[in-house]
Design a protein around this ligand. Structure first.
Ligand SMILES: [Zn+2]
Length: 400
């Protein structure tokens, strides 16, 4: 048996009084973090145990801290050191980074219960109960059963004021037998909201996503016309935040369907390993689509892992130019939508050629005859009808 951890995100519905406690906990954690950071900055040689030890002292000086579960406060020390580690890794990569800074009021969004201080209680109703030590029994909407052992609970407040719990569950997965890799697909990510694959499919975001993003752009324009600091501007900002969340949720839903489709239908999925972030800059909606590709990669890789399939990032460089059939470079500018190879005569839509090239690179990565671990966790689901029609329609469209 092999241990696997899975993260779930569930909505919390705290009462008014619980919300006061949640906000207070957030702020006390923030203050603790800042005090620990202050001590860290004073030290010439970093002594982690000494920094952690301060928590006991500050609790004596500030009895309010006793309102927070002790391990949740201790977690702030862990957070500080993991931030420090992340920072030094960025430095190693040659990125220009400053030091860690104290967090201002409102800049703390999460606090964590690690290993203990929580309990998920089954109620048999629509909402379950999440017991958090020192806070109480909060209503939680679990859209998935938790059967394994819960390792950690992180409470998060989103900008719209909604609360969520991110629950890390540990499950035991059977060590599995192998089966051969039969179906391989290459995926090419287009700009904005389109995915092309080596089967000749073109998948684009559902229409309501476009609607949401247009509305977002409209709200942004409206807000920019309101006077800074005014009541109306603030009201618009709240509207904007809600719209933003709506868009992100719709997008995530689409990306989940898309990733499930590929993981259910293929044994190995290859994707270009590059970040598009630098290619499209501009307003908020574009920024979200940028982030989409990172998300899609993430969803495909963890769903593939759980289903015992392979996610293979491939080195992208040149796939837009390279001929997928003969491997030679065919120069073309961005406006040329058709790939025509003067060497071997292969002709295809440009993005389809790229997807085929991603597939070729994927096959190179997979050693011939390599076997997949047998899936034990795969939850096979039919392709959502909406997506299925998109596949077939666009497929005939792109191939004709
Ligand atoms: Zn060629």
């Amino acid at each position: 048996m092999k241990k696997v951890v899975i993260a779930h995100k569930f909505r919390l519905y705290p009462s008014k009084q619980q919300e006061v406690k949640l906000l207070e906990t957030l702020d006390l954690c923030r203050q603790t973090y800042n005090i620990l950071l202050g001590e860290l900055n004073r030290q010439k040689v970093i002594d982690r145990s000494q920094i952690q030890g301060i928590i006991t002292d500050i609790k004596v000086c500030d009895p309010r801290l006793k309102k927070v579960y002790s391990k949740t406060l201790q977690y702030e020390s862990y957070r500080l050191f993991s931030n420090l580690k992340a920072l030094s890794q960025l430095k190693k990569k040659g990125k220009k980074v400053g030091g860690l800074r104290p967090k201002g009021i409102g800049w703390f969004k999460t606090f964590t219960y690690n290993q203990s201080g929580f309990k998920l209680i089954e109620t048999g109703k629509r909402c379950q109960t999440l017991h958090l030590s020192k806070i109480g029994d909060i209503r939680i909407r679990c859209h998935r059963n938790i059967k394994g052992k819960i390792k950690q609970v992180t409470v998060k407040r989103e900008a719209s004021g909604k609360w969520f719990a991110s629950i890390i569950e540990e499950i035991l997965k059977e060590k599995s037998k192998s089966r051969p890799i039969k179906k391989v697909v290459g995926i090419d990510l287009g700009l904005m909201d389109i995915v092309y694959d080596s089967e000749g499919n073109m998948l684009s975001n559902p229409r309501n996503l476009k609607k949401h993003s247009e509305r977002l752009a409209l709200l942004q324009r409206k807000m920019s016309k309101k006077k800074k600091g005014s009541y109306n501007r603030n009201r618009m900002r709240i509207k904007l935040t809600k719209q933003y969340e709506k868009l992100v949720n719709t997008r995530n839903d689409f990306l989940h369907k898309l990733s499930r489709y590929y993981v259910n239908n293929y044994d190995a999925i290859g994707m270009e390993d590059m970040t598009i972030t630098s290619m499209v800059r501009g307003h908020l909606a574009k920024h979200i689509f940028d982030a989409s590709w990172g998300k899609l990669r993430q969803y495909i890789s963890y769903k593939a892992e759980r289903a015992g399939k392979l996610y293979i990032p491939v080195d992208y460089k040149g796939t837009t130019k390279r001929c997928s059939q003969c491997g030679r470079e065919v120069a073309k500018n961005l406006s040329e939508r058709i790939h025509k190879c003067p060497f071997c005569g292969f002709k295809a839509p440009r993005d389809y050629n790229s997807a085929l090239d991603v597939k070729r690179l994927t096959l190179e990565e997979i050693e011939i005859g390599q076997e997949l671990p047998k899936s034990t966790l795969v939850e096979m689901e039919a392709l959502p009808t909406q997506l299925a029609t998109t596949v077939n329609e666009t497929r005939s469209h792109i191939l004709n």
